[in-house]
Design a protein around this ligand. Structure first.
Ligand code: CP
Ligand code: NVA
Length: 308
């Protein structure tokens, strides 16, 4: 059956675990799997990218495939060719579509017209490849995911907050989102996350006080206060967020062995201090590396499932 990965709950808890197990195996033997031999995968970017672009290009090539990396703004898509027509045409040339775009609706439209797997490489609403990677990184450090408490501090309505809610709860984690009033998670995402939690034991809770939220936490995650595309939205994205900075004082309130993640790019001195991102609790460089392994695992898994 044709499978896509548009949001974190597109995979079941067991499927998510299978992808993470495969990611660990691929990390141990990076050139040992050639599932994409003879296949071409396109990765299209309508927003800037460093990690996603490099990790997909290298990962596809390590799996024996041919990456076709394109700036979406240079495509006819940028001149009013429809998403559906683009999808139908790409389905005749390549074997998979990875897309970084704006509204989630756009990637849903792409998937609805595609006859090949479509992967979300970040939309305004979700960043599921990043969260698969974050789960892989947490599991490397902690050995397990279920039952851990993860606190996300920042814009609770952005792609990272939503994906951590859905992906973390799929893994059975307790996910706390701390955000200023007016920047809280989408209500439907909270509902969907809680529903998944009935299956896994994971929970979703919204907070406004960072000290209360991080108390005893196992994992702290932060992200930019201003996501791509929000630069001119007219909202004050500094004043209300200052109290959420991940700094040494806040980190002290978490568990003694707490780790810190940031999907990057970081705005040092704003959402995270140099002391924390460069300090012993930081797992951000492993996290960045793991994009490569987690996405390779996702592609292998999607192609195997789509062949069934
Ligand atoms: N974390 C992440 O997606 O980074 P890029 O924007 O550099 O791809
Ligand atoms: N929330 C950020 C994530 C960047 C990887 C953004 O959308 O810009």
């Amino acid at each position: 059956m044709l499978r896509h990965f548009l949001r974190d709950d597109d995979v079941s808890p067991a499927e998510q675990k299978a992808i993470l197990d495969l990611a660990d195996a691929l990390k141990a033997d990076p050139l040992g799997n050639k599932t994409l031999a003879g296949k071409s995968i396109t990765a299209i970017f309508e927003k800037n990218s460093t990690r996603t672009r490099f990790s997909f290009e290298v990962g596809i090539s390590q799996l024996g495939g041919h990456p076709v990396i394109v700036d979406g703004r240079s495509m006819q898509l940028g001149r009013e060719e429809t998403i559906e027509d683009t999808s139908r045409v790409l389905s005749r040339y390549v074997d998979g579509i990875v897309w970084r775009t704006f509204a989630q609706k756009r990637i849903e439209t792409m998937a609805s017209a595609a006859s090949i797997p479509v992967v979300n490489a970040l939309t305004d609403e979700f960043h599921p490849c990043q969260v698969l990677t974050d789960l892989m990184t947490i599991r490397e450090r902690k050995g397990e995911l279920a039952g851990l408490t993860l606190v996300y501090l920042g814009d609770g309505a952005n792609n990272m907050a939503h994906s951590l809610l859905l992906g973390g709860i799929t893994a059975g984690m307790h996910v706390r989102v701390v955000s200023p009033l007016g920047f809280q998670p989408d209500q439907q995402v909270m509902v969907d996350a809680k529903k998944r939690g009935e299956e896994t034991g994971g929970t979703a809770t919204a907070f406004t006080d960072p000290y209360e939220a991080v108390s005893g936490a196992d994992v702290l995650v932060t992200d930019t206060w201003t996501s791509m595309g929000q630069e001119n939205d007219g909202l004050d994205r500094v004043g209300p967020f200052r109290a959420l900075q991940v700094n040494a004082e806040l980190l002290k309130k978490a568990a003694d062995d707490a780790i810190v993640l940031h999907c990057l790019p970081a705005h040092r001195g704003w959402e995270i201090t140099d002391e924390v991102i460069d300090g012993p609790a930081s797992a951000v460089w492993d996290e960045a590396e793991n994009r490569l392994h987690a996405q390779k695992a996702l592609l292998v898994w999607l192609f195997e499932e789509s062949r069934r």
